[in-house]
Write a new protein. Structure first.
Length: 339
């Protein structure tokens, strides 16, 4: 009989302070997330210094709560997994230092996890991953298509050349005077709308799996600016619907083409924008038609959490990957395969 593996995950790369205990990389035993959104709202975005300060205040409480909810003592754990990067440096440092202190105090192995690997492995908390696999990672900081031939093997076949999709959502929302984070508000308005402004689709060169959203964002801003100069009132929901249509059409088409080209057995979505209703509907319909299994984790696992970090960290731990007490937060960390 093989022993069960219990990993404590810690995530502080942006504006959520999170800790979680996961069993065998698949089963959530506890999952605690302290969100700072309310503190950043009035600034219209995440303020790094405020984020770091909140993480410092919350981290010990959140880790304790994750252990309490799991009903576990530190000596029952097998490892500590923490987001090493990418993210805000001051925010990452809080989690990395907490993880190092915890691992040192309880003599546990330490594993440093890439945030995007975490978003991808959130799916394993729901069902087993089948390879080759295509992951669409779409969040406030990332828009990537990642091909995986096996566990821990990451090949980024497409990425954004400028803004991440979530970033574009948040900026367009801001010009429409919607609260931060704006993604969910644009999504809601788009669904309520009875019309849509036609904005360009940015395909880039033939065959490219890369994305670009800053041109789309600029054309929305120009459209609003021109309308204002003419004294015209544009219903915000028509803007929201037009913008969302453009994002959804391009993302869906590229994901479907990549899945077909690489003959993948499974497609998964990850990241905050994967919560988008328009995108979920479009991707589900497109992959249904192609007969390719497609999954999106539940909302709470799409946005930042520590269960996904523990899930990815467990596979790294099983592969014998270990961090050291010299670990640092790495704001620009690249997604590298686990070898
Ligand atoms: O994954 P996440 O929580 O943080 C990052 O790692 O970036 O993603 C946050 C992003 C924000 O830009 C937010 O506006 C966007 O996800 N988002 C959405 C929706 N829900 C969250 N964007 C579009 N539609 C949504 N329903
Ligand atoms: Zn994230």
């Amino acid at each position: 009989m093989t022993e069960d593996i219990y990993v404590l995950g810690i995530e502080t790369s942006c504006d959520e302070t999170a800790a979680s205990v996961v069993k065998n990389g698949k089963e959530i035993i506890s999952n605690v997330v302290a969100s700072q959104i309310e503190s950043h709202k009035r600034f219209g975005g995440v303020v790094p210094e405020i984020a770091s300060r909140h993480h410092v205040e919350q981290i010990t409480l959140v880790i304790e709560e994750a252990l309490t909810q799991a009903g576990m003592a530190p000596n029952e754990l097998d490892a500590v997994a923490v987001t090493e990067g990418p993210g805000l440096v001051g925010a990452l440092l809080v989690g990395v230092n907490a993880a190092k202190a915890f691992a040192f105090a309880h003599q546990l192995p330490l594993v440093g996890v890439h945030h995007i690997a975490g978003h991808i492995y959130a799916n394993r908390l729901e069902q087993e991953m089948e390879f080759p696999l295509l992951a669409l990672v779409i969040s406030g900081g990332h828009t990537e298509l990642v091909l995986m031939k096996e566990h821990g093997d990451f090949d980024v076949i497409g990425e954004t050349r400028d803004d991440a999709a979530g970033e574009a959502y948040d900026k367009v929302a801001r010009t429409l005077n919607l609260p931060y984070p704006g993604g969910p508000h644009i999504d809601r308005l788009a669904h309520e709308s009875d019309g849509a402004i036609e904005f360009p689709r940015v395909w880039l060169e033939e065959g490219s799996y890369d994305f670009s959203f800053s041109g789309l964002k600029s054309s929305v801003l120009n459209y609003l600016h021109n309308a204002a100069q003419r004294g015209e009132e544009i219903p915000p929901e028509h803007i929201a619907a037009g913008f969302q249509n453009s994002v959804v059409e391009v993302v869906t088409a590229k994901a479907v083409r990549a899945a077909a080209q690489y003959k993948v057995r499974q497609v998964i979505a990850a990241g905050g924008v994967a919560a988008n209703k328009g995108l979920r509907t479009s991707l589900t319909a497109a992959f249904d038609e192609k007969g390719i299994p497609f999954y999106i984790p539940p909302l709470a696992l799409c946005t930042d959490n520590a269960a996904m970090i523990a899930a990815a960290g467990t596979v790294m731990f099983e592969k014998g990957i270990r961090g050291t007490m010299a670990m640092n937060g790495r704001p620009g960390m690249e997604l590298a395969s686990w070898t």
